[in-house]
Design a protein around this ligand. Structure first.
Ligand SMILES: Cc1cc2nc3c(=O)[nH]c(=O)nc-3n(C[C@H](O)[C@H](O)[C@H](O)COP(=O)(O)OP(=O)(O)OC[C@H]3O[C@@H](n4cnc5c(N)ncnc54)[C@H](O)[C@@H]3O)c2cc1C
Length: 466
């Protein structure tokens, strides 16, 4: 192993992505181009103009409703469409936009009645009471109340005393009901969503797509997954906190994947169960097996001792874009892993070793303690056998006075100095950087990389939580 010593800043030459927009910018542009479509259609069909305030509010209502419907594919695990295939980006946007849409729809009745309130408080009170009591507006009122409760349940998910699977089940059911009520409301009431009967087709179409996605994900896809069963082939506790779990296909119907990707693993025996967890595939090319390194953190991951060899399991996937395709043009590769984030990095590294990749490759691997490092022997061996591979292990809690410590271990966290010390070629503007670990580590490491002149298109990451 190599302890990096160089401290000079890299010389940044022309990037391999000089004109390329960051991947997230491209996704955002594609997303905006789609959500704007109902507003454009409304314009083409001739929007009712009842003053500037109403016109703006109508357009914003359309946009908000469009964003609401886009929440379904954003969280819908659609790997076939590039816009939705980046699960991490999709779920992050889903969470952010969900809060904005929730807030906007909470304000929706107030914004509609605002002009009346400004002219006469009495008129405003009468309109408000009529809005609450009118049977005509019942669907809107129910959608409004349910939306407020369900958005709060999502924002404070971690504070609710329910497990993740129950929460997800309620989330899917609740928002399907809200979509139904909201579509009924906008297609039957008011001038803010309904321009003419033709326009209502847009809403029913969006509603149909959203519900089809739900039916596919929770009804049809599990049936397909059931036809591709796997069985546990190996379960082993490999250190104080991590397990190696391997699964093997029990039919010839196996899953094709690329190193760096992940699957949702379901060990309940019921393919329809909501109890399924995302894990990166770390091994498996041999006999179609899939291997996982799993860190014990919560309910499921702390009960892996209950898994038995031969037990039927199901996998949904593969997902994820952190693959070697992203570094095809790069002249070097840096892999940065925190804790369980080593899983996809090991997968990428094994593939790079298998293809005798001649490029310089670094692995920075951080953990809280030395005992939590996995597959260190393999990393040492790869450093000897690969053409130009170096590894740096970083431990938060390291007894620096322990004389028996290997020299390649350094204390602390992944920081700018350590990353900078690996940048010895001066060509890092042409490298690709892969990051995987907890959210905080990804955010901090991305900042360090930016400070060192690495641009966003060079960085590919997977966070270990949604
Ligand atoms: C893309 C991705 C890849 C991952 N790869 C690995 C890996 O290779 N090795 C590893 O040890 N860990 C990995 N994780 C983390 C792992 O999925 C969680 O630690 C595990 O699901 C926690 O489940 P639990 O019941 O033990 O804990 P809980 O306490 O129930 O959950 C802790 C948190 O984990 C997340 N989580 C739980 N269940 C799910 C789910 N079904 N879908 C999405 N998020 C969920 C939620 O944010 C939850 O708050 C990965 C996570 C993601 C998002």
């Amino acid at each position: 192993m190599t302890t990096p010593t160089a401290t000079k800043s890299p010389i940044h030459k022309a990037s391999i992505y000089p004109l390329q927009l960051p991947k997230t910018t491209k996704l955002a542009v594609a997303y905006l181009s789609i959500v704007i479509v109902p507003v454009v259609i409304a314009q083409l069909l001739g929007m009712q103009i009842e003053g500037i305030y109403t016109s703006i509010l109508s357009a914003v209502n359309l946009l908000a409703m469009s964003v609401f419907f886009m929440q379904f594919p954003l969280a819908g695990r659609i790997k076939q469409l590039p816009l939705f295939a980046n699960i991490d980006w999709g779920i992050t946007r889903h969470k952010q936009l969900g809060q904005y849409v929730g807030l906007f729809f909470f304000l929706h009745p107030i914004l509609i009645l605002l002009p009346k309130a400004m002219m006469s408080f009495d008129d405003f009170s009468v309109s408000l009471i009529s809005a609450i009591t009118s049977p005509h507006l019942l669907t809107g009122l129910l959608a409004w109340v349910t939306m407020a409760v369900w958005v709060l349940m999502s924002v404070f998910k971690d504070k609710l005393n329910i497990n993740y699977e129950t929460w997800r089940f309620l989330h899917v059911i609740g928002f399907s009901i809200i979509a139904t009520l909201a579509t009924l409301h906008i297609t039957t009431v008011g001038s803010h969503g309904q321009y003419n009967q033709q326009f209502n087709v847009t809403w029913w179409l969006l509603y149909a797509v959203s519900m089809t996605l739900i039916v596919y994900n929770y009804g049809i896809k599990p049936r397909l997954i059931k036809q591709r069963p796997y069985a546990i082939s190996h379960v082993e506790k490999i250190n104080e906190s991590d397990w190696q779990v391997n699964i093997a296909p029990t039919t010839s119907n196996t899953l094709a994947y690329q190193p760096g990707q992940f699957v949702w693993l379901n060990t309940t025996g019921n393919p329809y169960s909501f109890e399924q967890h995302p894990f990166s595939i770390v091994t498996g090319a041999e006999q179609g097996q899939l291997g996982f390194i799993i860190r014990a953190l919560g309910d499921f991951t702390s009960s892996l001792d209950q898994l038995t060899a031969g037990q039927t399991v199901f996998v949904d996937g593969p997902y994820g874009c952190m693959t070697l395709d992203q570094s095809q043009l790069a002249s070097g590769i840096t892999l940065i892993a925190g804790g369980a984030g080593i899983a996809p990095m090991l997968s990428l590294l094994r593939q790079l070793a298998a293809q005798h990749d001649p490029r310089p490759i670094w692995l920075l691997y951080a953990n809280r303690t030395q005992a939590r490092m996995v597959y260190v022997d393999e990393l040492v061996e790869l450093e000897k056998t690969m053409i130009d591979f170096k590894v740096q292990l970083i431990c938060e809690q390291l007894n620096v006075h322990d004389d028996s410590l290997p020299s390649y271990l350094v204390p602390g966290l992944i920081n700018q100095t350590l990353i900078n010390a690996t940048m010895t070629t001066g060509k890092e503007s042409q490298w690709t950087f892969y990051l995987c670990g907890p959210k905080g580590m990804i955010a901090a490491t991305t900042t360090h990389l930016h400070t060192l002149g690495i641009t966003q298109p060079q960085i590919h990451f997977e966070q270990l939580a949604f």
